[in-house]
Design a protein around this ligand. Structure first.
Ligand code: NZQ
Ligand code: ZN
Length: 381
């Protein structure tokens, strides 16, 4: 087991009717900037619940944080926050609103340009505290320090790390209005967060393996139930809980992590604005196949524990596990080949060139060079 530190200060407020708790979670003397996406919260009643809870607070609003939030939009919110001297932020929406709010929080008391904060960790200074009302289970952003920001001008998408939310309110009823595609990509993203922390080096921590397998099991079990009835409160609650636990650092203590699928998928999104969870399923089956030497033990373990694959030769079991994983993504209605989304050779060449120029190496053993990225993308065509 590797050395590790663990600290997660976010207060999780989970369940039906909990948005009302905003009234007491944010001190009355705060000047609050509420941040939103494109308007789903007005249709599903979340906005009304937030406004009702904060009726005695001093609030202003910023609308229009888009999926794959852009620095161009967030600069406007930062300017508003500076002008109005806000000292608390509340993100109301999915991972994009939350991620965007993390950059707004980092930008308000900071003289650097927002993109310079994203690309250079040294530019991160004191951040405005923020909370969230989450409406889409997927990213884990509600209980972590990460955010991923897009730059339209340079066609880049980059992760950066800031402060944790002070609190996050998760009411599973808010997810009833999600489009089916967003539920599917949310499940895929959650599944992949576990994979990035689980499908790495064998025998590092049986406890972490079991917690990861617990999340995977739960996802596989609840997916058909959710597909049948998205208004099943308990199943959506389980989904929401899985998504938060998959990326709040609770399953990565003492174990190595991969994240290559995510980093390649971010490049796909940067070029094609592909939805995050969909970009992941285009890459992962091919990554498993190309990295099979290194990941064989863990693939076999996953096959046995998650897909109940117990017979056949080692190679047959490995192939069946990869096929089952791909089948799971397809059962979500998601594509697993680049050609299905008309992503062609020119994009592959651009992505490989980017990794080559930056000298970036990926994976738990830092051996996924740009040449290996090419192999993965060529196989994913
Ligand atoms: O903008 P609105 O109108 O609110 O609509 C959104 C958006 O169109 C809609 N939506 C959200 N909740 C809804 C709803 N529609 C109906 N009912 C609801 N309850 O869903 C659409 C997608 O929302 P978005 O926030 O973009 O989705 P998600 O939560 O999947 O976030 C994706 C972003 O998070 C980043 C991704 O790269 C991507 O940019 N990630 C962040 C991570 C983190 N912070 O740790 C890790 C992840 O790996 C991921 O990279
Ligand atoms: Zn993700």
């Amino acid at each position: 087991m590797n050395n590790f530190q663990f600290q997660n200060p976010t207060k999780l407020i989970f369940g039906k009717g909990q948005i009302a708790k905003l009234a007491t979670e944010i001190p009355l003397d705060k000047k609050i900037l509420l941040t939103f996406g494109g308007g789903s919260v007005k249709q599903n009643g979340v906005y009304d619940q937030v406004k009702e809870a904060l009726k005695s607070h001093d609030c202003i609003e910023f609308w229009g944080i888009e999926p794959n939030p852009t620095v161009e939009t967030l600069r406007k919110a930062i300017a508003l926050g500076k002008e109005k001297q806000v000292d608390f932020l509340l993100a109301v929406g999915g991972g994009s609103v939350l991620d965007g709010t993390k950059l707004i929080s980092a930008g308000i008391w900071n003289e650097n340009d927002a993109w310079d904060i994203v690309i250079n960790p040294k530019n991160l200074g004191k951040c405005v505290p923020y909370g969230s009302v989450l409406t889409l289970p997927a990213t884990g952003s509600e209980m972590n320090q990460g955010a991923v920001i897009s730059n339209t001008e340079t066609a880049e998408k980059k992760p950066f790390y800031s402060t944790f939310p002070t609190f996050s309110i998760l009411d599973p009823e808010t997810t009833f209005s999600l489009p089916k595609f967003q539920v599917a990509v949310g499940i895929a993203d959650t599944f992949m967060h576990v994979m990035e922390q689980y499908l790495t080096t064998p025998d590092q921590s049986p406890l972490m393996d079991r917690w990861s397998e617990g999340i995977l099991h739960t996802l596989v079990e609840i997916t058909p139930k959710i597909q049948k009835n998205q208004h099943d409160y308990d199943q959506m609650a389980n989904f929401m809980f899985c998504a938060t636990m998959a990326l709040n650092r609770i399953i990565c203590m003492g174990v190595s992590q991969d994240w290559a699928t995510h980093m390649i998928a971010h490049e796909i999104t940067a070029l094609h604005n592909t939805t995050h969870g969909q970009a992941l399923t285009l890459i992962f089956p091919s990554l498993m196949r190309i990295m099979v030497e290194q990941k064989r033990e863990k693939i076999l373990q996953m096959g046995e524990k998650i897909w109940c694959i117990r017979t056949g030769s080692t190679e047959e079991k490995v192939n069946q596990t990869i096929a089952k994983t791909e089948e799971f993504f397809r059962s979500l209605g998601l594509a697993t080949k680049l050609s299905e989304l008309n992503i062609g050779q020119d994009s592959i060449d651009k992505i490989v060139a980017r990794f080559q120029e930056n000298g970036t190496v990926l994976g738990e053993n830092q051996n996924i060079t740009h040449d290996v990225v090419r192999k993965i993308l060529e196989l994913a065509k």
